[in-house]
Design a protein around this ligand. Sequence first.
Ligand SMILES: *Cc1c(COP(=O)(O)O)cnc(C)c1O
Length: 849
Amino acid sequence: MKQLQTFQVLPNIPKPLLFLETLSTNIWWSWQYDAVDLFRRIDPRRWNECHRNPILFLNHIPQARLKELAEDHSYLSHVKRVQEMYDMLPCRQMSDYNNLFHQQGTIAYFSMEFGIHESIPLFAGGLGILAGDHLKAASDMSLPLVGVGLLYRQGYFRQFMDQDGWQQEEYPETDIYQLPIEKAVDYQGEDIVVSIDGPFGKIYAAVWRLNVGCVPLYLLDTNLSENSREIREITAQLYIGDQRMRISQEMVLGIGGMRALEALGIHPSVCHMNEGHSAFSSLERLAQIIKTHKVDLKTALEIVPRTTIFTTHTPVAAGNEEFPADLIKPYLIPLEQSLGTTADEMISWGQPLGASPESPVSMFVFGAKMAQYCNGVSKLHGEVARRMWTHVWPERPEHEIPITHVTNGVHIPSFLSQENALLFERYIGTEWQKHPSKSENSQSIDNIYDEELWRAHTMSRSRLIRVCRKLMVKQYQRRNAPKDIMKNAELVLDQDVLTIAFARRFATYKRANLLLNEPDRFEAILSSNNNPVQFVFAGKAHPRDHEGKELIKRLIHFARKTNVRHRMIFLEDYDIYIARHLVQGADVWLNTPRRPFEACGTSGMKAAINGVLNVSILDGWWCEGYSEDRGWSIGNGEEYSDSVYQDSVESRALYNLLENEVIPRFYDRKTGDVPVRWVKMMKESMKMGMRIFCSHRMVAEYNERFYTPATNHLHNLLVDDARESRELALKHERYKNFWKDVKIEQPELQVKGPFKVGDTFQASTIVNLGELRPDEVEVELYFGVLKSVDTLPPGQAQHMQMLEAHGNGQYLYSCNVKCRYSGRYGFTARVVPRGDYKTRFEPGLITWS
Ligand SMILES: *Cc1c(COP(=O)(O)O)cnc(C)c1O
């Protein structure tokens, strides 16, 4: 085909309404109900038909309607109100706001997916929504943060079912002219195109900008005529199976992303790699630092990890990405020159210490090597990650593995129902959005009258039921279902019935069919006529996950039974739109993962802030959220080795909970038509969500614990011609060369004990440091309560002092230990490097007696 020239016809928006066009290009509108309504009220039906995409929507409004609105005073005053709010955004107030991103202190946040709104299909699931919420909260908090991702032409698949309930996948093309994006331009106003040397030739990528409030999200796109067909496909679909394609995607995201920022004049102080997919960004960052600051690779390797954050999300070893070394090598060879090293060395950065050069490259190991700040996404996940990755820091006791946690949070304005948002405005004040986690805010929730909260929730439930019916009709229409089935679909579910939602990816560990473990018992619950219950299921299985698809099929078949089909449905094509209605309108949010495989989970948080009560296994975030005054736990956090047995125990626990506690409490209306005890739990749930599980708390935590110290550190690392970094590199080199000679003898106690609480004793040991000096190391007595004779107990380390130099690198060290608690202790001693966190936790640099 010939190369086509293009032209586009834009809607002719009357002058008084021009703000609508501006508004449509900043997704900020999506978390301001007043702004959403500005579009919606033009034509509510068409708004939904256009999938709440304002650009598409404005294209479909007849000119006559626009003209009418331009003369409608109430509409124009609504426009004015929203415009005033929009103009209050810091990036609208400060003409040089964009310059913020060119100064020191910019944080670059890399993610393979971003879930921002249903009209922007650049995500697959929770990881993406989390990334979207991170950007939104950063915008609300005026943090100088930029997002970096990929612009998928097809995104993740759309789900629909065949007659038999078997999942089918569709990859419709996204019309990028209907996305709120624009080409990113450099300082001369030229479109930015970056290039990456791939094994099959140059990969060119265009760079787009999407405005998330004040935060720019830069998206790379390889669908350019300069590229071959295969290369254009790199940014076609999210999470495709082919490993070469995956590596190419991650190269475009990481290397291309850093190059795009450079072309924009943005030199991030801090990089945040959301999951291992974006870890290649640190390779390009090394190259940029080598070039800009005229340092060698060793020095750059002291700078990059000290200013990088790496968040891991997967508590299953198999879920962490690995690539065969020989597959990845051709992608690294083009980087050899700018980094001044070999592809083989780069490969070794992704292999645990001591692994053979042929062993696979782990994106976790690579990420952890490049980031001193490494975290899991809930308290429990932090523990699981430390256990899972002990082999990366050999000889470290598990509790010292340098992985911490920052529990996820959700962007409340994006998921709070409109009814609840009104209540918040009335009872908390219009400013609540700015600091949702402030404790005064959450306390005010107690002031809401029970009746008002219940009414608001009932409204949300009605809306959910309406949406379910509409979607069910659509599902059946697509399948050409007979008339009587269509009729049933129009009337499925009830407005006033206890509604339980289960919506998430259909990964097997999430056990979507735990309720089917004893089908008769589930059927009895569903078909009961006093105290009725209804269930809404939704979720996608990964295209290659046959087991997951099997789960969906079983549910769909079960839901066809005559006596349950009025009360149980499966909604196809779970997305943010469905999620929003479910987390607002359901009464109970059900979650049944196999502990500890749910790293965090965020949908339950979205439910909680809306007063939807969680019934969940104690896994992920719920371990931190659960208390009996705001929800229910299935079991007590047990872990099992026999999964069949586990399913039978936990499904029974779930049936019992539903029958004996959840259902009776919902229908306990002794004091009128409001379930008072239930509403009390709703309020506790909302308070918890606002205080702890909101994205503002999460982003503030990343900022205080990681971004700010890393930014400050970068400054120190670079001043004086990067003096500190160069010194660190020299020091590191000495450790590398001389650590093998470090020896330490068993420590001895001056008196043998037993001791009484309050006693003090002295311990001492002989250390041989070889070429290293005492000021370069830390000698520590390590002791803890014994569990068995031959394993190192989780214990504490106490600093030992150098008392005498014996010559030839030999020293006597000693310390006084105070006996604080009674018990049987084991003790030993060790040598570690002296220095900052990064220095101390360098894998391999630890010697025990
Ligand atoms: C919140 C959300 C998720 C993540 O929920 P989990 O609890 O982690 O399963 C996935 N998909 C959509 C559409 C969401 O809104």
